[in-house]
Ligand binder design. Sequence first.
Ligand code: ZN
Length: 154
Amino acid sequence: MNIANDCVVAFHYTLTDDNGVELDSSKGQDPLAYLHGHGGIIPGLERELEGKAAGDELKVTVQPGDAYGELNPELIQAVPREAFQGVEQIEVGMQFQAQGAGGQVQMVVVKAVDDENVTVDANHPLAGQTLHFEVSIADVRQASEEEIAHGHVH
Ligand code: ZN
């Protein structure tokens, strides 16, 4: 069957960035399964998979606007070191949970550290990146009514 809304799709993928660096892959694992038409994967990839069938292989390039969004400079902020009390050593690349303006929990990554401040970035790690997927579709099936009602694969 061909991929349409309310299908469960299982696919293998390799994700690379603009420089050909591999960012993620399902190699050696189970294929990724999602419920088509319910926003379970990024919109730019979901759109390209529409109509495809098991056994199909395709390459898809997804612009940031159809993936994890553009980089938002307002989400990169300098925070006083005092805010990190209890953390002995703060290094570039470390991840912390922070409270957003609306009280929601978000992940931030340390971008820079100096004596006074720690610069943290709350953008999604893939924000602003053009993503290149190599996809191989493993299986397509009709979702159960329960899966459709829940909006995810069981
Ligand atoms: Zn469920």
